[in-house]
Design a protein around this ligand. Structure first.
Ligand code: SF4
Length: 358
């Protein structure tokens, strides 16, 4: 299918189909610009001009897994490992709320020391002492654990599938199983979390068709938040000599996702700012509507090195808040003042009505 026809289908809200997704994902030059500007327009209509800020706390860099692309993998003995105490997490959260954050993202490697009970306590404390929405990004756990955390008050869960291509998934995840990861996402959806997933772009062996299939799968799943990360090779991993993903691959993917998911929340990630100093702004102008400033205490921030050359390692939470706000305003957007909960989700509607009634 030619690009023009594919873009028409995308803009019209046609159901995702690899036949039109592939030409968009492969767009170059003027076509690429047309795609990004169509996605930016769609974002403005469906999500408005405000950019939601989610404060990211990376509270533990311990991990039981060995993902081939990740600097936190268990076998990387060069990382100094850390865990923040419950008190430190809470102190960071209170500071974030004071600054104006409405959402916190609690992220860690798959660290079983933060057990079902321990994490439930953290979530309950956060919900008791703040009015903040809590997003978890803690990897694969069992159903009872996900249920307990939801019951403790967690609102959202992010679990990136990274790729739905069975061969690529297996090559980069020596100790994970694609079907198991999918089942975790089905469970999270069933439990009433606002659901986030996403993929890595630029992985060895990945092409536009593979990404198009990921999009169709995420559409079937009904994701409400989508995180896109370019693959950036880390020198202490088995993929250290591979070519990394590019900013434009990531931007095209965000743009296509915006056409397919008009109401999804999509971050302009720090990884995009690592590739290009204006990468986050470019993502916001290609369909993204969220930023996730890192508010992890600066003394441990450099130790959470999933990918290399992360930016914003030394800045205080106050400075980061000021910096991202200025960046948002500089491109003519505004900072979101509400929670930025999922839009257009019947499940979400039902949940909030249930909460209001109790
Ligand atoms: S990607 Fe996540 S699960 Fe995999 S090694 Fe890194 S921190 Fe662990």
């Amino acid at each position: 299918m030619d690009f023009k026809k594919a873009l028409e289908l995308g803009v019209s809200g046609a159901g995702p189909d690899t036949a039109w997704l592939v030409p968009l994902l492969d767009a170059k030059g003027a076509d690429e610009s047309a795609l990004m500007s169509a996605a930016d327009k769609k974002r403005s209509v469906t999500m408005g001009d405000s950019v939601h800020l989610r404060g990211l706390i990376e509270f533990s860099n311990y991990c039981r897994k060995n993902c081939h692309y990740c600097g936190l993998r268990k076998d990387n003995k060069k990382v100094e490992r850390y865990r923040l105490s419950k008190e430190k997490i809470l102190e960071t959260a209170l500071k974030a709320e004071k600054l104006g954050y409405k959402t916190l993202v609690l992220q860690s490697g798959e660290d079983l020391q933060f057990s079902r009970e321990e994490m439930s306590e953290v979530i309950k404390e956060l919900k008791n002492k703040t009015k903040i929405a809590v997003t978890l990004s803690l990897g694969e756990r069992d159903e009872e654990t996900y249920r307990a955390w939801r019951k403790a008050g967690a609102d959202r869960y992010l679990l990136r599938i990274e790729t739905t291509d069975p061969e690529i998934f297996k090559k980069i995840h020596p100790d994970s199983d694609l079907e198991h990861r999918k089942n975790c996402l089905y469970t999270l959806r069933k439990l009433g979390y606002q659901l986030g997933s996403g993929v890595m772009v630029g992985l060895p062996g990945q092409d536009a068709l593979s990404l198009a299939k990921d999009i169709v799968w995420m559409h079937d799943l009904g994701v409400e938040m989508i995180g896109i990360g370019p693959f950036l090779p880390h020198k202490e991993t088995p993929l250290k000599d591979e070519k990394g993903g590019t900013l434009n691959q990531a931007l095209r993917l965000i743009a296509v996702l915006r056409l397919v998911f008009p109401y999804a929340h999509m971050p302009a990630t720090t990884a995009m700012g690592t590739i290009d100093p204006m990468g986050r702004e470019k993502a916001l102008q290609s369909g993204a509507n969220v930023m996730m400033p890192n508010i992890t205490p600066t003394e441990v921030r450099p130790l959470y090195e999933i990918y290399p050359n992360k930016i914003c390692l030394d800045e205080s939470a106050e400075k980061c808040f000021g910096c991202v706000t200025a960046r948002i305003i500089a491109i003519g957007r505004t900072v979101g003042t509400d929670y930025g909960h999922t839009k257009r989700s019947d499940r979400r509607q039902a949940t909030s009505e249930k909460r209001k009634a109790t």
